[in-house]
Each structure stands twice: as structure tokens, then as C-alpha cells.
Ligand binder design. Structure first.
Ligand SMILES: Nc1ncnc2c1ncn2[C@@H]1O[C@H](COP(=O)(O)OP(=O)(O)OP(=O)(O)O)[C@@H](O)[C@H]1O
Ligand SMILES: [Mg+2]
Length: 346
């Protein structure tokens, strides 16, 4: 448990933290369809779905920046590459609206802005049900020249940031911004700039990072060490794996455990920081990204590993309660959740 004075000090420090987020910036787009207005196409005889509203928000690396913005971080820089297309325009608008600096988010005319389009069909009770998604992503690797420009952008920012979050979303090898060579270059940069905190999350390649803090979930951590069936591994065994990974990486490791919270590990020890239990329905989409935002802000504001994991757990416990949205949390919500959990006398 963290003392209240210390908790407030760290939370207050969030607004002085400056971060870069490098990786895959996506657009999440929702097309709201009213089935009562459906028409039949004269040309094809097929049903023409009638879109009555469009919502959009940043996804993947953009989910992390939205969470950082809601937590009132001091500064955020987006680093990556998107397309010179309509989706890219909307994505940049959304990012700009939450204060993300876009000077190092390249806009290229030969790639797509990766976009998940979700048709949302209005139901008789007024709710919405998601129909099958349309995915737009890049099927060819970015050129080395583009990746050089992305990395040069990150290097320019290093003197002015406290931390770098690596958001490696694309599962297919080398089809996103974080390619094998970029991972190597990030390891070199992290080793050469120990004053900057590097923190990676990756959907499919977390075991390929070196010299940076990593945040695998239970299954990803086990896979890093070649363990196929992590269900066998209890919290203690996972802690051992976290320590082994921390030794291999030369940096701490946070293993997320869903509702059970996190294991904060370094080479010498593993501390279980229990999750914050919440009532009612939960929606875990984006839980990992909000945990990242809370944990990294706390680390950069000077908290130790276990206290930073607590911040990650608190932020994620708020966003999992936001159903049908990835969700975000504000500093006052985080404080309230801390007080509700540990008591006002904490
Ligand atoms: N049901 C829950 N109640 C409270 N907190 C939760 C719950 N589920 C997840 N969390 C919080 O979210 C964090 C991340 O969850 P999880 O371990 O499921 O990550 P993940 O598998 O990487 O998720 P993602 O699918 O977003 O990548 C946990 O460490 C915990 O703090
Ligand atoms: Mg995850």
C-alpha cells in the first residue's frame, strides 16, 4: 500500500512528464447504421445500409496517447507514419484535439492510415451491436528510408522527453513501424540514453525487445521463455519468469495479470501488486494500454516499480468499467479510485 502523501505527490507529477509514443497509430472508425432506413439498391438489388453517424478515435498507439492526455501528461509527441488520406486527416484531428504534437508523425502518400471500421447497427432498444469489421492495413513493409526518418525523429526528441513508449501493434512481422531493425535500434538508443525511460508493449513480439522495460501479459511472458501453457504457472512461477526476463533485458518487467493486477519484477525480486476489484460489467478492450499509461507516468514521476504498477492498476480499473469504448481516466478519477479502495485514511 502506498501512503497518501506520496500518492498525491506522484499524481501531481504527471503534469510535468514529457513523453514520446513511437509505433503504430491507427484510426478506429464507427459507422452507425439505422436498419429502419435500409434501402434496396436499384442497381444490385442488395440492401444499402444507411449510415446516420460516424464516430472515430485514435487506436493502437493512439489509445495510449488518449490515455496519457486524459491523465494530463505534460507533453506527448507521436512518432510514426500514417497515410496521406481521409482517415489520416481524421486521426491527426483527433490526436491534435488531445494535445499530441504531430511534428514527427510522418504523412506518406504510399501507405494507408491503418483503420478498423466497425459498423454499429442500432437496435430496437436504442443500443448498438457491432457487425463484422472492415480492416485497412498496410500489407507491405515500410521502406528503410522511411524507418530512418522515423528513428531520426525519435532521436531529435530524446533530449526533451522523460520517456519513450513503444506501441508495437502489428502482429505480422515487419509490417508496422516497429520492425526487427527498429527494435535493435531502440535497444541501442535505450542503452545510450539511460536517463530516458523506454517502455515497450507489443501484441506479438514482446520477447524480441532488449534494453527496454517490457509489459507482457501472463501468456506473453510465458511465451517469451518458450513456455506454451502458462495456465500451469502460478503467480510465483510467473514472478520467476519476470525476474529472468528482467535479467535478460537489463530492465524491469511488468507482467499484467488481468483482474489480479500486475507483477513488478527486476533482476532480484518480483512483487505482486493486486488488481483493483470493480463491481458490475467490465470491458477489457484497451486495459493493457491504460495500464501502460498509468505505469509509465508514475515511473517518470519518480515512483518505484510496485507503486507504478499500482497506478497502472488504478487507471485500468477505471477504463475497464467503460463498456463499448477503450476508455480513459482523469487524475481526479484515479485519486477517487485510490481513496475508495484504500480508504480516506490511507
Ligand atoms: N476485470 C478487471 N478488473 C480490474 N482491473 C482489470 C481487470 N482486467 C484487467 N484489469 C487491469 O488491466 C491490466 C491489464 O490487463 P490484462 O492483463 O488483461 O492485459 P492485456 O492482456 O495486455 O490486455 P490487452 O488486451 O488490452 O492488451 C491489469 O494489469 C489490471 O490492472
Ligand atoms: Mg496487451
Amino acid at each position: 500500500m502506498m501512503e497518501q502523501d506520496r500518492f498525491l505527490e506522484v499524481l501531481d507529477g504527471f503534469s510535468r512528464v514529457r513523453l514520446a509514443v513511437i509505433g503504430d497509430f491507427f484510426l478506429d472508425q464507427y459507422l452507425v447504421i439505422d436498419p429502419a432506413l435500409a434501402e434496396t439498391s436499384l442497381e444490385t438489388g442488395l440492401e444499402a445500409h444507411q449510415v446516420v453517424a460516424i464516430r472515430h478515435s485514435p487506436g493502437a498507439a493512439g489509445t495510449v496517447t488518449s490515455n496519457l492526455a486524459a491523465l494530463q501528461v505534460g507533453a506527448i509527441h507521436a512518432v510514426g507514419a500514417i497515410g496521406d488520406d481521409g482517415h489520416g486527416y481524421e486521426l491527426r484531428q483527433d490526436l491534435q484535439r488531445c494535445g499530441v504534437a504531430l511534428g514527427h508523425l510522418l504523412v506518406l502518400d504510399d501507405i494507408f492510415t491503418p483503420t478498423y471500421t466497425k459498423p454499429m447497427v442500432i437496435q430496437p432498444d436504442g443500443g448498438e451491436v457491432e457487425a463484422s469489421r472492415l480492416d485497412l492495413r498496410n500489407r507491405r513493409p515500410l521502406s528503410e528510408a522511411v524507418l530512418d526518418r522515423v528513428m531520426a525523429g525519435l532521436e531529435t526528441l530524446l533530449p526533451e522527453v522523460d520517456g519513450v513508449i513503444i506501441a508495437d501493434q502489428v502482429a505480422e512481422p515487419n509490417l508496422g513501424v516497429i520492425t526487427d531493425t527498429v527494435r535493435e535500434r531502440l535497444a541501442d538508443l535505450a542503452a545510450a540514453h539511460p536517463q530516458v525511460l523506454f517502455f515497450a508493449d507489443s501484441r506479438a513480439h514482446i520477447g524480441d525487445f532488449r534494453q527496454v522495460i517490457i509489459k507482457p501479459n501472463r501468456r506473453e511472458a510465458a511465451l517469451c521463455l518458450g513456455v506454451e501453457d502458462e495456465a500451469e504457472a502460478g503467480t510465483e512461477a510467473l514472478g520467476g519468469m519476470g525476474q529472468e526476463l528482467a535479467r535478460r533485458n537489463g530492465r524491469p518487467v511488468f507482467i499484467t495479470l488481468g483482474p489480479e493486477g500486475m507483477l513488478a519484477c527486476d533482476a532480484e525480486s518480483a512483487t505482486h501488486v493486486p488488481g483493483i476489484s470493480v463491481e458490475g460489467p467490465t470491458d477489457i478492450v484497451g486495459a493493457g494500454d491504460s495500464a501502460t499509461a498509468g505505469t509509465v507516468l508514475a515511473l517518470c514521476a519518480g515512483a518505484n516499480l510496485a507503486d507504478s504498477a499500482l497506478f497502472g492498476n488504478l487507471v485500468a480499473s477505471i477504463t475497464v468499467q467503460q463498456i463499448g469504448a477503450t476508455g480513459t481516466a482523469s487524475p481526479s478519477q484515479v485519486l477517487q479510485r485510490y481513496l475508495d479502495t484504500f480508504g480516506a485514511g490511507a
